[in-house]
Design a protein around this ligand. Structure first.
Ligand SMILES: [Zn+2]
Ligand SMILES: [Zn+2]
Ligand SMILES: [Zn+2]
Ligand SMILES: [Zn+2]
Length: 689
């Protein structure tokens, strides 16, 4: 049997106490605030000697060498074969080298050689920019001259592939110089010189041909794939009070709803309403091998942390910033957080929130201002708790102070915890988790704020994140086929601005991720004065009323009274295909099914050429079929153009719920998601050595 993780056995111990000591759970249940709960856990005699033992395994040269040699073997086989290198083999070799790089100790020869091996694979798969970066990394080591010269020759091949003839010649000249000054045997020197000269000749020949053709090919970007995200800007200009939001929104407050967002003008479907950097975020364990820990980019040739073998980065920049900002606090305890079965998947995010607050605290202010900030908000948390009626999800029961910044700890700290609605067992488990996270922090940073403060903050976030954190997602598109696209959870983040939106089972906005950013767009036309309503998971199309209410009650502690819930809208399978009626664009009253000769509303008497709208709908219905073809072929902008307009027109005149409308909405939402994080099987093997 596998050894139990430190946290799982700690929790076991606490459950035992709860079972064996009669008064313990009763007394714990009676406590009225998180600080008292924390104090009780901290005072438990059975936990006094608990500490997080290191158990940190770091790097392993033997394993690195084993992996690298397997990569080399595969590499040789593919290089020797006359058939085109199979995609799978290249991918496998790439994975072996990448794994070797991840576990190889800093500064070791096996790290340098693994980089060199990966250069060869990347060159073969045409990823020359990535290959060139690895060349640079490998050349940073004190390599034997043959290896260094071979690397320069590989670099020349990369430049050659990019038709950067001058650079190719330059590195080969460098290789020749190195060879001349080396102490290699003369026969080795002669043979290597011969190879380089012949490579130079080929390059020279290709260069002349290129000049003859006068074909100046556009140079490829030196930052491949990484700069390709089109990050949208908010529509209608930035909000001065809430910089992550559009100026078309404002933050409101009411005792019944808490904080919520409202439209200050009519908002068109498709408008970008929020673009937010998380206060803190974390990749899930599964995503750590594929994505950059710091920027969330998909990394085909990642670099590792200099100390652990768990995480990957796209670049030295991300690695160094990530280390400085948070990873130095988690590197040596990450294995404890990731191996615990009973620990919430939010634990790493919560840990990051605490370390972000700690790291951003002014070092001159003594023990950091996390505790000061927590104390300042203590009253908030107790008042929230004493009045569970006011516990609206994603909102706080007090007006915000402006500007409302995503990077301000107060924005996250103010989120509701729903403590008052949780069971004693739930709170006990969370308090134990908070205690464990505090001990992890203590293990890596002894000079932190005092134990009670820190644990109370952690407990607060363990509760608030379960109703305020958002998933970071990607769409997996197997072999580029959109029909088989599935959504995959990459991790979670704390987005204070997005959290200001309340829930509806028929939302008027849709969320998607671009890297670690959260983008919120209008998925319907929103009228001035309407509330901005997001969906927390159960949509009316996919979950029936009972399921939705149950989910929202347990997870978010409220009863939904959205239109879909109060009017008992049917789920997708029971929704009629046909339009059940049209509505007046002015007063929204039902104007029947025949629009053709209608010029005035029978209810409000206002004028509108409904015949024209009916014709437009007919044209758009035809174009919609073509738009779905566009979607299949990933012509996302073309698809969006038609679908957004179709939704727009349908939204204004069709009586909801309507199947055609929601289907079109789903196509729009899918396009937006596909413009963000995607993960397609790459099929760009175009170049062979
Ligand atoms: Zn990165
Ligand atoms: Zn690390
Ligand atoms: Zn609802
Ligand atoms: Zn009317």
């Amino acid at each position: 049997m596998q050894k139990m993780s430190i946290f799982d056995s700690l929790l076991d111990k606490v459950w035992q106490i709860a079972r064996n000591e009669e008064d313990f759970l009763t007394a714990f249940a009676r406590l009225t605030c998180d600080r008292e709960r924390v104090a009780m856990i901290l005072a438990l005699p059975q936990l006094q000697d608990f500490c997080v033992t290191d158990g940190f395994s770091g790097k392993c040269e033997t394993l690195a060498e084993e992996l690298r040699l397997r990569g080399d073997k595969l590499n040789l086989e593919t290089a020797a074969s006359t058939i085109d290198p199979a995609h799978a083999t290249a991918k496998q070799a790439l994975e072996l080298y990448t794994s070797a790089i991840r576990v190889a100790p800093q500064g070791s020869m096996s790290l340098a050689r693994s980089y060199k091996g990966r250069v060869q694979v990347l060159l073969r798969t045409g990823d020359t920019d990535l290959a060139l970066r690895d060349v640079k990394r490998a050349l940073g080591f004190q390599l034997p001259p043959e290896d260094a010269i071979k690397l320069l020759s590989l670099a020349a091949s990369c430049h050659q592939h990019k038709r950067a003839w001058d650079q190719a010649e330059k590195v080969l000249q460098e290789a020749l110089d190195k060879l001349r000054n080396s102490e290699l045997e003369n026969n080795v020197k002669a043979s290597m010189t011969g190879e380089i000269i012949s490579q130079l000749k080929t390059i020279n020949h290709e260069k002349q041909q290129d000049n003859l053709k006068q074909k100046k090919l556009k140079k490829t970007d030196s930052e491949p794939r990484s700069g390709s995200w089109g990050i949208p800007e908010v529509t209608y200009g930035k909000n001065a009070d809430i910089p992550a939001a559009s100026a078309a929104l404002r933050l409101c407050f009411s005792p019944q709803k808490g904080r919520y967002m409202e439209a200050t003008r009519n908002i068109k479907i498709g408008s970008v309403l929020i673009v937010e950097e998380p206060y803190a975020w974390a990749l899930s364990r599964e995503a750590m091998a594929q994505r950059c820990l710091h920027c969330c980019r998909l990394v085909p040739a990642p670099i590792p942390c200099t100390q652990c073998s768990t995480v990957s980065y796209c670049s030295e920049d991300c690695r160094d910033t990530g280390w400085q900002d948070y990873h130095r606090f988690e590197c040596h305890v990450l294995h404890h957080l990731l191996s615990a079965k009973e620990l919430s998947k939010m634990a790493l995010l919560v840990y990051r929130i605490a370390v972000t607050a700690f790291a951003r605290a002014d070092p001159t202010s003594g023990d950091g201002n996390l505790s000061q900030k927590s104390s300042a908000h203590e009253r908030d948390s107790t008042s929230t708790e004493s009045d569970p009626r006011c516990d609206y999800p994603s909102s706080v029961n007090s007006p915000a102070s402006f500007p409302f910044l995503s990077s301000d700890y107060a924005s996250v700290h103010g989120q509701v915890t729903n403590s008052g609605s949780r069971t004693p067992a739930d709170k006990l488990k969370r308090a134990t988790s908070a205690f464990f996270l505090m001990k992890c922090l203590r293990h890596v940073a002894q000079d932190m704020t005092d134990d009670v403060e820190m644990t109370t903050s952690l407990l607060r976030h363990l509760q608030s994140c379960s109703c305020n954190a958002y998933q970071i997602t990607e769409h997996v598109v197997p072999d580029g086929d959109v029909r088989n696209a599935t959504q995959n959870e990459l991790g979670g983040g704390a987005y204070p601005t997005v959290s200001l939106c309340n829930h509806s089972c028929n939302p008027n906005v849709a969320r998607h991720s671009i890297g670690r950013l959260c983008i919120v767009r209008a998925i319907r036309n929103i009228r001035k004065g309407d509330e901005i309503l997001d969906n927390y998971g159960p949509h009316f199309l996919s979950h029936d009323l009972e399921e939705r209410q149950k989910y929202l009650e347990t997870q978010y502690f409220f009863r939904c009274i959205c239109e879909a819930c109060s009017e008992k809208w049917p789920t997708a399978d029971r929704l009629h295909e046909k339009v059940t009626g049209y509505k007046c664009i002015h007063c929204s009253m039902n104007i029947g099914l025949n629009l053709l000769n209608l010029k005035t509303c029978p209810h409000c008497k206002k004028k509108c050429d409904y015949g024209k709208i009916a014709k437009r709908l007919r044209v758009l219905a035809r174009e919609y079929d073509r738009a779905l073809e566009d979607l299949l072929h990933r012509r996302l902008h073309e698809c969006l153009k038609t679908c957004v307009e179709y939704c727009d027109v349908m939204d204004s005149v069709v009586v909801h719920p309507n199947k055609g409308f929601v289907k079109c909405q789903q196509a729009v939402s899918l396009c937006w998601s596909l413009l963000g994080n995607t993960n397609a099987t790459r099929t760009n093997l175009t170049f062979s050595l």
